[in-house]
Write a protein that binds this ligand. Sequence first.
Ligand SMILES: O=C(O)c1ccccc1NCC(=O)[C@H](O)[C@H](O)COP(=O)(O)O
Length: 241
Amino acid sequence: MSNLELLPAVDVRDGQAVRLVHGESGSETSYGDPLAAALAWQQAGAEWLHLVDLDAAFGTGDNREQIAEVVRSMDIRVELSGGIRDDASLAAALATGCTRVNLGTAALESPQWVAKAIAEHGDRIAVGLDVRGTTLRGRGWTRDGGDLYETLARLDSEGCARYVVTDIAKDGTLQGPNLELLRNVCAATDAPVVASGGVSSLDDLRAIAALVPEGVEGAIVGKALYAKAFTLEEALEAVSR
Ligand SMILES: O=C(O)c1ccccc1NCC(=O)[C@H](O)[C@H](O)COP(=O)(O)O
């Protein structure tokens, strides 16, 4: 039993569930109603949902009402991401009833505010470490934001409970996860790590599950599920061995 948590992803842009390639704005493939997608993952046995407001992440508006409705409609745990950068957006995100939020840009641009959020909300705050090589990217992954390992050390010293690690070069490409990056991040922190980006097959999930003893706690799966590379039921079965 690997105990790897699986988090099917619903990324919302302009009211639609979409997949991006390398997280790039304009590379969207649309997959319809976000609530229908979320309910389908829940129905298939998901215990978590990874829900992203891409417009809020890119600064092109937000899907706040729709996202709140999705969280309200779920009986499972929700990790909420995208554009959570100040007191108002954090309060709104937490008030949806989600289990935890993912801070990305704020961890790069507003370190003191993030330290305060971690101190106040503990386990309900995760930090998204979205990297190209070992350089972090913020503002919807469009701007450089410092060195991965320096930032990780700072956040660890502030008691960050968990990291969501994405290799942007892999995200949405179905090219497999960056296992070396995951291993390196796990070696640099005692906090649990959620892997994100690039999962293409059940073997990829088994390879991530093999990193549970090193500190990987979960895996986000987006494109592979929407492209029907495997079903969520098959994925849950594959990581439960
Ligand atoms: O999470 C964000 O804030 C974000 C910001 C800008 C672009 C993309 C963003 N997230 C994308 C995801 O979290 C994906 O859903 C996830 O990495 C799954 O990737 P994949 O399995 O490769 O489709």
